[in-house]
Design a protein around this ligand. Structure first.
Ligand SMILES: *Cc1c(COP(=O)(O)O)cnc(C)c1O
Length: 379
């Protein structure tokens, strides 16, 4: 493959070499079922326990509080649907800028008679405790606000929101898929009840995720079968996937401080240089922004055209989130922060990882002004 610069790490990341090495034995040699009582079963069960401990340690929770799932989407669905159905209450509060895995789960709950209330976000994507205080009542089953936004990188005041939810007897869930390993996550400190993570956003494999479920918090399962994952998520364990997520968590935590600093430096350099392009502006906050995210609009340019032009220059970026990138509709996040449809459709999202190199940043910063210029002269 030709040299490329990859800036779509919020869509997915490369599997780390160490993660792949950790996973490989469980496909062929050690392929036992963790539920089997023979020694190959034990070996697989041990691997699952190691993965559970590593994942739990990264969130500062107990291993028994980790429920492995098939990914961030399933974790979000299980949290919201499971909490709502178990609660006996009728209301769910979430924000207008959540990932579709949360919003669509709420929509499904709507068909079952639950009411969803959307918290507004301000111009930078911030959700405030005051808005939650205004809208919450004692019939609220669960409040769900993401730790960091996947499009514009806004980091939310999770601990304060959780406190307000608890004052009204509601559970608090957060989608931490983007924030995990990029912000300091601590479910005890922040008193979170439910928290979603995904393997492939942190240099682990696709198709594995986890939901943290605080000890004592009861939610309904969505799948029924064997008793795996304490009955909350039955199905024969994805042993290689779990081993991969555990290793990816451990690996990321070991170097997180330095990685975050380096990404912040790259992010700020990218923001500074791209904002010097005529008609370019930043979406999302200048402060309290995810280290791996930069998001721009360009007057008079379609984001999709820009992404395709950059791709021809071997620079991989995106317009919005990968799930909606093919859509011609403006992103709901952009609309929620008050951008016009035209502005929303001129988006370019640059997302970094701990493996992003200075060389890639140079390629990006060479390519973007050229691509913008050529799209403008074509018009
Ligand atoms: C990617 C993503 C998800 C979905 O995770 P999958 O593992 O791909 O299902 C959910 N929430 C956010 C914020 C994401 O970025």
């Amino acid at each position: 493959m030709k040299e490329h610069a990859y800036f779509d790490n919020s869509a997915t990341t490369a599997v780390a070499k160490e993660v792949l090495d950790e996973m490989l034995p469980f496909f062929t040699g050690s392929y036992g079922n963790p539920g089997s009582i023979h020694s190959m079963g034990d070996e697989a069960a041990k691997a699952v326990m190691t993965a559970r401990k590593r994942t739990a340690s990264a969130l500062n929770c107990r291993p028994s509080e980790i429920i492995f799932t098939s990914g961030g989407t399933e974790s979000d669905n299980l949290a919201l649907i499971g909490a709502a159905m178990r609660s006996g209450k009728r209301k769910i509060i979430t924000s207008a800028i959540e990932h579709s895995a949360v919003l669509e789960a709420c929509r499904f709950l709507g068909t079952l008679g639950y009411e969803t209330v959307l918290l507004p976000a301000d111009g930078k994507g911030r959700v405030t405790v005051n808005n939650l205080t205004d809208l919450i009542d004692n019939d609220t089953a669960v409040v769900s606000v993401m730790t960091a936004n996947n499009e514009i990188g806004t980091i939310q005041p999770i601990a304060e929101l959780a406190k307000t939810a608890h004052e009204h007897g509601a559970l608090f869930h957060t989608d931490a898929v983007q924030a995990f390993t990029r912000t300091d996550i601590n479910v005890v400190r922040d008193n979170v009840d439910l928290l979603s993570i995904s393997g492939h956003k942190i240099h682990g494999p696709k198709g594995i995720g986890a939901l943290y479920v605080k000890n004592g918090v009861n939610i309904s399962p969505m799948l029924f079968g064997g008793g795996q994952e304490r009955g909350m998520r039955p199905s024969t364990e994805n042993v290689p996937g779990m081993a991969g997520l555990g290793k990816a968590s451990e690996l990321a935590m070991a170097t997180m401080k330095g990685d975050v600093k380096r990404m912040e430096g790259m992010r700020d350099k990218i923001i500074n240089e791209i904002l010097s392009i005529r008609g370019a502006y930043l979406n999302g906050p200048a402060e309290n922004r995810l280290c791996s995210n930069a998001h721009f609009g360009f007057d008079g340019i379609k984001g999709k055209d820009l992404v395709l032009r950059l791709s021809k220059m071997n620079v991989m970026a995106s317009t919005a989130s990968a799930c909606s990138a093919g859509s011609t509709e403006p992103s709901h996040v952009m609309t929620a922060i008050g951008r016009s449809a035209g502005e929303a459709l001129s988006s370019l999202r640059i997302s970094l990882s701990r493996y992003t190199t200075d060389r890639e940043v140079d390629l990006l910063l060479d390519a973007v002004p050229d691509a913008v210029r050529s799209l403008r002269t074509r018009m």
